[in-house]
Design a protein around this ligand. Sequence first.
Ligand SMILES: [Zn+2]
Length: 365
Amino acid sequence: MDIKLKISTIILTFLAMVMPTQRILSQNPSADVGLRTVVIDPGHGGKDPGTAGPDRKNDEKHIVLKISRLLGEKIKKEYPEVKVVYTRNGDTFPKLTDRIRIAQDNNADLFISIHCNANAKKTVSGSSAHILSRKDTRNPDRDLFDENLELTKLENSVIEFEDDQSSYTEDSAADQILNSLLFHANFDHSLLFAQLIVDNLAVNPFHKWGKGIHQNDFHLLKKMTCPAVLVETAFLSNPNERQLLVSPKWQEEISQRLFNAFKEYKTRYDATVSPASEAQISSEPSSEYYGIQIMGLGRLLKDNDPALKGLTVTPVKATDSSVYKYIYGTYQTGEAAKEALPAVRKKFPEAFVVKVIGTKVEIYK
Ligand SMILES: [Zn+2]
């Protein structure tokens, strides 16, 4: 049995490992390719007002909801084929897990969380974008909305790209997999989007706050199975920026700048997904074999994507999951796959053997 296996990319979650999977049966290889779903997450809401505004009507939760809606409308208008999903579209308080689940349930290709910043020093100002850090796992239960703590830490935050796997030793096994497997494939895209946001947003009268892009340990971003960026539009605690943030004119302007970043990101993102990969996936709908799952991701990668580290794999996706499982190799027996496992683990330490049965992927022990 020599199945020609090609690749794409994926986000792996433990949940996905136990969910029934199915090969992608793509009638039109190009139909599902590209950025199709964006989840917009207006920060806070309901009982959580975020940073206090000059009056109750202009607390952070209200401002970010307005900006989020304006951004969503612009996306819908220019890209009617793109599904825009809000984590909240009113003064409600979705829990962190709800926000994550909304992104996963909708197979989000991109997640953008919109906030206003705050600092005890009223003079502090500027815009910034935040992406997942792979460093700090000391307090995985810390909530995204505990912002004062985060923002204090952010002052010292710098962009660091570490390859040190030992930094995961305190994580649970599940987190290890999420961190290392999800991280690689989404990081570049998150960073690109963050960069575009800062480039567009941090221009007159706004400027870059700190380095403009910060890596954080926000729990929200950590669990995302797609590229995700948290935007701090400007400082609500700064009198000058507050004046802009509460003004409809500037809310419109900020949303336009975010939209410009989205537009450029989408153009670039769409160029990186390969229709050929989709076509390959449908070629073996009823095969049964053993393989090695190297990762799970929420999108397809090009065959030569660095995240795959040179391995040729095949993506397998559950119909009700946002996760593509990337399977390396085709083996007649589970034992044969196990023999190949050590070599694969040199590149993907969390890889494991699976049995692929038609539309299902089962963990093989
Ligand atoms: Zn906030």
